[in-house]
Design a protein around this ligand. Sequence first.
Ligand SMILES: NC(=O)c1ccc[n+]([C@@H]2O[C@H](COP(=O)([O-])OP(=O)(O)OC[C@H]3O[C@@H](n4cnc5c(N)ncnc54)[C@H](OP(=O)(O)O)[C@@H]3O)[C@@H](O)[C@H]2O)c1
Length: 297
Amino acid sequence: MKKIPTLLITGANGQLGRCFQNLAEQYPQWHFLFVDSRGLDVTDRRSVFAFFEKNAPAWCLNCAAYTAVDKAESEPARARRVNVAGAKNIAEACALHGVPLVHFSTDYVYHGRQNTPLREDTPVRPKSVYARTKLAGDRAVLRYHPLLGMVIRTSWLYAPDGHNFARTMHRLGAERPALNVVYDQVGTPTYAPDLAEAVLHIIQKIEQGELPRTAVAGLWHYSNEGVCSWYDFAQAIVDILALPCRVNAIETKDYPLPAPRPPYSVLNKSKIKAAFGLDIPHWRRGVERWCRAAENK
Ligand SMILES: NC(=O)c1ccc[n+]([C@@H]2O[C@H](COP(=O)([O-])OP(=O)(O)OC[C@H]3O[C@@H](n4cnc5c(N)ncnc54)[C@H](OP(=O)(O)O)[C@@H]3O)[C@@H](O)[C@H]2O)c1
């Protein structure tokens, strides 16, 4: 009898991890193994190797990360432990056991002057501790697991659960008469359930034998379609939820933060769409779904 493949999801209580939890019942052909940082600390190398030995996953989706972008500036060692050492531990354990790894990363690694959508070969220019540690983690995955390591860089991730920009705008937009939001940073929001669905779609294609497992190897971009500023993103939330709040467009220089944000981080998704036949929804569809979920809470 064929063994049911186990999909291991690390960092499973984060925004993206929970999206996989919400989708799991739609994939009864797989066994999902969700572990949070207490169940598996990715920085603990021995535990990671012992965990893989014991549980023999068929796939690993590494959602574990240090994501406190501004706090990372004052605790770089902690960010490095999770984003670099943690990613390397997972990549090496996956390589040892021949397990395909899907690792997630960020648009923050790009911080150039380019204003056309960024391809996977766009030169990187990380400008914050978070961005530098994420880039080093990406490189560790690609170096230590070159045959089956998939690094997906995404942007402006937000989910129905967890702390994110959409939730902050919803809360503040209901409390305040006006919000100031930057309009000179341009990118694309990514509704985390769309990213999670895309990943499971890719795994399904491979498990059904339509593509070899090695098809996942390398660097990939995924975000929703379209382009907007943070101001447009906030305005969409205020409009859809009919919040009694005015959104003012301000410049980045008037909203200083410890970690610099990339001014332009629209990702070119041609590679992932062509390779896996993905049909990516527009970012507004994601915001509408997020708002419906928020209204029903
Ligand atoms: N959020 C964004 O805007 C954004 C944008 C682009 C890319 N990304 C990337 O997308 C991925 C998912 O992001 P997310 O928003 O889902 O992050 P998140 O909500 O912060 O979740 C990350 C999870 O990692 C866990 N974690 C932290 N240290 C760990 C450790 N040592 N061992 C195991 N788990 C650990 C955390 O658990 P504890 O809370 O228990 O520590 C948390 O549940 C990350 O790689 C992130 O860099 C995010």
